[in-house]
Design a protein around this ligand. Structure first.
Ligand code: ADP
Ligand code: ASP
Ligand code: MG
Length: 408
């Protein structure tokens, strides 16, 4: 008998019929002689609607993040109950659990909480009594009992973390595509499903916009060595296996291309080129729990320089508020400018480590397509550029093509 954790995302449970489909699949897995913990997300669109409602009742004020979590957790709580009911109607034994009931304890950073520990005693007892456990994704509680959520896409993290905590034999992430593709198939129609991908590659892809997996969940899987499979809830096709890298994986130079829309560039101009400047700026942004992405500092000729960085467009107001007090400290003439309408394109592959000329190839493909590159950053296994948001689909297609990713 195997212990299996399955996760079904929002589209997979998006309608009553889809919930029944998921319930059938879960039941079949149990009937094949396994114990099953099924993590479910909010039904498609529900989380976005809840966020919209919060905006509507607060007007121009920011909603309280604690209350935001109380609100957002209801999305998943609805789905666990409905999935358990669907299973009951099929004659199965099933019990739904919220994140808190399953012992998922997090820190207190509301809306982006990190799991600090999981004590899943109740889960084992329920499984041993023959139940299917339906677990709410995306949520936990703090030590003092406040409801938290784990950041957008956080049900992936619930599944991976629970698989690690109960030492599951298998972790399957069911979604609305057949697996991880060489690029988002909605943008690049010729994208191909990847059979195997390393944690590091998927982590880079996820953190640069391939939202098929939440990046923090991949980070967690790597840390705890949780091998998992991404596959479709709508068919039986084999998916993508995500695991520690192997020698053969290195023969592929570029594994995939990611894109991220709705980015903004923040530029702090006229700062003195002195020790401590960057530390103050990024200390303030980090203090507001904003993830900074690409950072560029110009060479100073006169002792004065500019520092630019990208943040999600939605975080610009928060970043500006966090930086305002710092600007005054940095001296007179320091300016802050924010520009949105930017998107990021990244090419990722562990094989890049031992190949030169990859960046040049990417830049040539973009140049030939007349796409202007605004910022560039590289890591050992990733090259990212920012382009105008209106160019991003074309940019993704030409770079995907240039690296031959669609070819079989
Ligand atoms: P779920 O609700 O199951 O968590 P998501 O919407 O979060 O599903 O993720 C699946 C979606 O991710 C796909 O429909 C696809 O459009 C998008 N996506 C982005 N990049 C990729 C990629 N490289 N491979 C597969 N899907 C991708
Ligand atoms: N419902 C949450 C979201 O939409 C979590 C998830 O789907 O993974 O972000
Ligand atoms: Mg998701």
């Amino acid at each position: 008998m195997s212990l299996i954790v399955q996760k079904y995302g929002g589209t997979s449970v998006g309608t009553p019929e889809r919930i029944r489909n998921v319930a059938r699949r879960i039941l079949e897995t149990q009937q094949a002689g396994n114990q099953v913990v099924a993590v479910v997300s909010a039904m498609a669109g529900v989380t976005n609607n809840l966020i919209k409602l919060a905006d509507e009742v607060t007007g121009s004020a920011q909603p309280s993040e604690r209350e935001m979590d109380v609100l957002l957790a209801t999305g998943e709580q609805t789905t666990i109950a409905l999935t358990a009911m669907a299973l009951h109607s099929m004659g199965a034994k099933a019990v739904s659990l919220t994140g808190a009931q399953a012992g998922i304890v997090t820190d207190g950073v509301h809306t982006k909480a990190r799991i600090s520990n999981i004590t899943p005693h109740g889960v084992h007892e329920l499984l041993d009594a023959g139940n299917i456990v339906i677990l709410a994704g995306f949520q936990g509680k703090t030590r003092d009992g406040n409801i938290t959520t784990l950041g957008r896409g956080g049900s992936d993290l619930t599944a991976i973390a629970m698989a690690a905590a109960i030492d599951a034999d298998l972790c399957q992430i069911y979604t609305d595509v057949d697996g991880v593709y060489t690029c988002d198939p909605r943008v690049v129609p010729g994208a191909r499903k990847i059979d195997e991908i390393s944690y590091d590659e998927l982590l880079e892809m996820a953190s640069s916009g391939s939202k098929v997996m939440q990046s923090r969940s991949v980070e967690f899987a790597k840390k705890f060595g949780v091998t998992f499979e991404v596959r479709s809830s709508l068919n039986q096709n084999p998916g993508t296996l995500v695991k520690e890298e192997t020698m053969s994986m290195e023969s592929v130079v570029i594994r995939g291309v990611s894109l991220e829309r709705a980015q903004a560039k923040v530029t702090i101009g006229g700062v003195k080129d002195l020790p401590g400047t960057a530390s103050r700026i990024f200390g303030a942004v980090a203090g507001a729990n904003i993830l900074v992405d690409m950072i560029v500092q110009n060479v100073s000729k006169t002792g004065i320089t500019d520092i630019s960085f990208t943040v999600p467009k939605d975080d610009v107001a928060k970043a500006e508020a966090a930086l305002r007090p710092v600007l005054a400290e940095l001296g007179e003439g320091v300016t802050l400018e924010a520009q949105d309408g930017i998107a990021k394109l990244s090419a990722v592959g562990i094989g890049m480590r031992s190949h030169s000329g990859v960046a040049a190839e990417m830049f040539k493909a973009l140049a030939d397509a007349g796409v202007n590159i605004e910022m560039i950053s590289t890591s050992e296994i990733k090259i990212s550029v920012t382009v105008a948001e209106g160019d991003i689909d074309r940019a993704a297609n030409v770079v995907h093509e240039a690296f031959g990713l669609g070819a079989l």
